[in-house]
Design a protein around this ligand. Structure first.
Ligand code: NAD
Length: 352
């Protein structure tokens, strides 16, 4: 019966039908399930339908450039979504798409099975979870907490400890893929947590991302994220320096790009996200460094890397140098420009 109805219906109707017939679907799914141990509604419905989607009550806190798209994808996937942001306009625009709006992170937590947070930095995350009216105070035991913000791994571990005391689960799940990936539901999630928490988190993360990677225990998602971004920040500055030197020495930028991209200097910053205007189409360098990953966000991530390196006595001389470069750029008005504008900065251009 479901197989004949579902392919011809819209996703919203799909879930209405699943809910309407959930009891029958559950028994039918159990009857056809080859896995006798599949006992939950979720497991059975998943096997019964052709989709990977689990319909649940999900809360979302932090509806900025990334969060608003991620929350919207959860709505589109059929979840019942409750949102909160200190910016009421951001929450109102999600309400237009079908979300319920709560008045605090705690109010969100009290109404849902899973809460996802996507706020700027460590202090915001600690405030949202541990502050007055926060998630931990108001949550019922068993709430699944997923923090997708990019923050200090030590802060993730702190919040995990507080959540665990209250009987909640917590994983850190920072993302890569940028605003485009958030909008298209193709983000990569780097998840830190135990095996069971990871498996549970993956069910809902799949509705916002394409690659869901288990990095290890709590905090290791953040470790992966800040190490990757330090590498990217250093390599972008290196590629920009090389192309700036090449230009001063009189070589054509496209010739130099062809050589580097087929030689040992090749990397993502040179062959996929080249910082020199006119070398590639469709990258921030081809649109005056608008859109993309802001220099201020890169500076934030390098700050996290420096903080973690200092606390753990890891030598990161190139990370420190890159941090100084992006810090100078931010002070000179490049904060909102894509970080590949390091090329323009080295060339001596002023930010507009
Ligand atoms: P953003 O500044 O656009 O959005 C953050 C949102 O959080 C804002 O709407 C803000 O009002 C809200 N907020 C702040 N404090 C809050 C609080 N106490 N309670 C509720 N809401 C609160 O940031 P973004 O670009 O969406 O990034 C979010 C996180 O994702 C950051 O940690 C960032 O480093 C990371 N990230 C961003 C990108 C990107 O390309 N923008 C890519 C990967 C990771």
């Amino acid at each position: 019966m479901y197989r004949s109805i579902l392919p011809h219906t819209l996703p919203k109707d799909y879930f209405r039908i699943i809910r309407m017939f959930s009891t029958k679907a559950l028994s039918a799914a159990r009857a056809v399930s080859p896995h006798a141990h599949a006992t939950s509604t979720t497991q059975c419905l998943r096997m019964f339908s052709t989709s990977n989607i689990v319909n649940q009550k999900v809360g979302f806190v932090g509806l900025g450039n990334m969060g608003r798209h991620m929350a919207n994808n959860l709505i589109k996937a059929g979840h019942e979504v409750t949102v909160y942001d200190i910016n009421t306009t951001a929450a109102a625009s999600l309400a237009e798409k079908g979300a319920k709006v709560a008045n605090s992170p705690g109010e969100v937590a009290s109404q849902v099975e899973t809460v996802i947070t996507m706020v700027p930095n460590s202090s915001h995350v600690i405030d949202v979870y541990e502050g007055e009216g926060g998630i931990i105070d108001s949550a019922k035991p068993g709430l699944q907490c997923i923090d997708a913000s990019t923050i200090d791994p030590a802060a993730s571990r702190q919040v995990h400890a507080s959540a665990t005391k209250k009987g909640l689960t917590f994983v850190d799940a920072p993302v890569s893929g940028g605003v485009g990936g958030a909008e298209n539901g193709t983000l990569t999630f780097m998840v830190g947590g135990d095996d069971e928490s990871f498996a549970k988190a993956k069910e809902v993360l799949t509705d916002m991302g394409k690659n869901i990677v288990h990095c290890g225990g709590v905090g290791t998602g953040e470790v992966a994220k800040i190490c990757n971004n330090m590498c990217m920040g250093i390599s972008m500055a290196g590629v920009a320096e090389s192309f700036n030197l090449g230009a001063k020495l009189g070589i054509d930028k496209k010739v130099l790009a062809d050589i580097i991209n087929s030689s040992t200097g090749r990397c993502w910053s040179s062959d996929t996200y080249n910082p020199v205007p006119g070398v590639m189409e469709g990258v921030p360098a081809s649109r005056d460094y608008e859109g993309g990953f802001g220099t201020a966000l890169m500076l934030k991530d390098l700050g996290l890397a420096t903080q973690a390196a200092t606390a753990n006595q890891a030598a990161i001389p190139l990370g420190n140098a890159a941090q100084a470069v992006y810090s100078t750029m931010t002070a000179h008005g490049y904060g909102k420009k894509d970080f590949s504008s390091v090329y323009a900065h080295l060339k001596g251009d002023r930010a507009e």
